[in-house]
Design a protein around this ligand. Structure first.
Ligand code: HEC
Ligand code: HEC
Length: 322
């Protein structure tokens, strides 16, 4: 009896020690993404132009890293705040802590190396080794062609410096441990030729994170089999949930019956400047989808996205919005 008790005691101690050690390891030793110290991104006009297009109209960097007019339709970015950060993803919106989008103008990134910026955007590790919360979809950015990421870096280097000091994110337990296991080495792809419409559309859809919003999720993970089928709650209007819609080619419940022109028009209608000034009173609808980001996409790029979406497996899922 006494012997088995002491064995049990030893086992319990061993488990506690192991758990503490692995907790310490995760907290102290991770993330451990190697830094490319030699990376030097030359800032050329071509890169700045490409980077501006991707950061503003495809990847949505400037949408999350700027102040927005919350009282205007579809939350346009305040142009004089470009890159100054400050958006809060807070506990009361369901996030596991207080997550702040940092300032990405030279005021904050001026003393970062290109390798440090590359690692933050594509692998999720900040300059000081802190693991970033994947609201910013760095796993997807890690799949981008490196040249496109270099273009984005070149562009954000040219932003006017804005002196705002954004608080550092603080995450709740257990996310403050789990977070350190999320950053991962980037797995860059090669940008498909834009003439290869379906492949190029797929490449843009990855960068624009369409799948993250247009699938059902459980604890931040996409539920397999629901990809692009819609039904993720992303907003609330007068107490009623607003869901993402089904963008698979299902003819009844998705966009299978949409022509290419109808699809493109759903985006380009947001180029109308009257919409830009439209105010939204409390209780009025303002779309959670970042239409004002994608409205800047070239028609040919929207057409490529349409072509890719039409190759997906149709999912029959009716989404009803208020
Ligand atoms: C959906 C919102 C969102 C989008 C889109 C987004 N970011 Fe972020 N970004 C964030 C948040 C939030 C953080 C901070 C996360 C944290 O503190 O854990 C962050 C962190 C960063 C950092 C690290 C800064 C630091 O001090 O650690 C850089 C650099 C950055 N983003 C640049 C970009 C670029 C470039 C893009 C486009 C390719 C982009 N972001 C797209 C929300 C976003
Ligand atoms: C931040 C979340 C989010 C992202 C990212 C997002 N969507 Fe959406 N999308 C929504 C929501 C929510 C709706 C429905 C309400 C609205 O318009 O905001 C919607 C609506 C749509 C619609 C209208 C469908 C209909 O039946 O009227 C289309 C088309 C669409 N999205 C395509 C896309 C594509 C393509 C991408 C990527 C380029 C994308 N979305 C990225 C959240 C998102």
């Amino acid at each position: 009896m006494r012997k088995s008790l002491s064995i049990l005691f030893i086992i319990v101690i061993a488990i506690v020690v192991l758990a503490t050690l692995s907790g310490l390891y995760v907290k102290v030793a991770l993330p451990k993404i190697p830094l490319d110290k030699d990376l030097k991104v030359e800032v050329t006009p071509a890169r700045v132009a490409r980077g501006q297009y991707l950061a503003r109209s495809v990847a949505g960097c400037m949408h999350c890293h700027s102040a927005k007019s919350e009282n205007l339709f579809a939350n346009p970015v305040k142009e004089d705040s470009l890159g100054s950060g400050g958006e809060v993803f807070s506990r009361d919106k369901g996030f596991p802590g207080m997550i702040y989008s940092p300032n990405i103008t030279p005021y904050h990134l001026g003393n970062w190396t290109d390798g440090e910026i590359y690692r933050a955007i594509t692998e999720g590790e900040s300059k000081d080794g802190r693991a970033l919360f994947p609201i910013m979809n760095y796993p997807a950015y890690g799949r981008m062609d490196q040249e496109d990421v270099y273009s984005i870096i070149a562009y954000i280097r040219t932003l006017p410096s804005i002196a705002t000091n954004v608080p550092v994110t603080s995450l709740d337990f257990p996310m403050n441990f789990i977070i350190n296991t999320i950053p991962a080495k980037a797995a860059p792809s090669q940008r498909p030729d834009s003439g290869n419409t379906v492949e190029y559309g797929h490449y843009l859809v990855n960068m624009a994170s369409c799948i993250e919003c247009h699938s059902k999720v459980d604890k931040g993970q996409i539920i397999p089999g629901t990809e692009f089928g819609g039904g993720r709650q992303l907003g609330i209007l007068n107490g009623k949930p607003i869901y993402s819609t089904n963008i698979t080619p299902d003819r009844q419940t998705g966009i299978g019956a949409w022509s290419k022109d109808v699809f493109i028009a759903a985006f380009t209608i947001f180029r109308d400047s009257a919409l830009k000034a439209k105010t939204v009173a409390p209780g009025e609808f303002s779309p959670p989808m970042p239409w004002l980001v994608y409205k800047g996409m070239k028609d040919s790029d929207l057409a490529a996205i349409y072509a890719y979406l039409q190759t997906l497996k149709p999912i029959n899922n009716t989404v009803v919005n208020p």
